[in-house]
Design a protein. Structure first.
Length: 179
């Protein structure tokens, strides 16, 4: 969904376009009727003024879109730089990080997160079930209650300590602390 600022900018552009169009039509029609008497020439000038209007508005649209795309490209570059710095910071700390997109019900587990648990990149998918099946059974209720309290707005962020099942020594049920 576009931001309020974007919608205001779009309204200003449309308003400016409408104002210029009305002024153009009124002024050009008035001038045409005063200075061009013959009907044949009036039709030619009317077609010419229509073509000129199309050319001018196309150029203005090009200039506006060009500027908008340049801003978008600069913002995209800035986001990529931020993402690279974040990746560097995550790798430097050695912490495993996961990020849950609740709306789309997808989880992004960092490579380090998977490595800490003893899994290869492709062994853990992007579903929340991947996490749920790895939480220690004795910790599950505490973990779920903390999540429910956060969703209910009782806490500003989700915070819970629990154990996760690791791939290493699966028979012994090796668990790794997580929070």
């Amino acid at each position: 969904m576009p931001s309020i600022e974007t919608r205001h900018a779009a309204r200003r552009i449309v308003g400016l376009y409408a104002a210029i169009s009305v002024i153009w039509l009124i002024c050009s029609d008035t001038l045409l009727s005063k200075f061009v008497v013959e009907q044949h020439y009036r039709r030619l000038f009317a077609t010419g003024k229509g073509m000129l209007f199309i050319a001018i508005t196309a150029w203005l649209l090009y200039a506006l879109l060009s500027r908008a795309f340049q801003k978008m490209a600069a913002q995209q570059k800035a986001l990529q730089e931020i993402d690279q710095r974040l990746q560097f910071a995550m790798e430097a700390t050695g912490d495993g990080i996961w990020d849950w997109d609740i709306v789309n019900d997808r989880v992004n587990y960092s490579t380090t997160c998977k490595t800490i648990l003893g899994y290869a990149e492709e062994e853990i998918g992007d579903s929340i079930a991947e996490w749920e099946t790895r939480v220690h059974p004795d910790d599950w209720l505490i973990c779920r209650n903390a999540l429910d309290r956060h969703f209910a707005g009782q806490t500003p962020y989700y915070n819970s300590e629990y154990r996760l099942r690791c791939k290493t020594v699966p028979i012994a049920g090796y668990w790794h602390a997580a929070w």
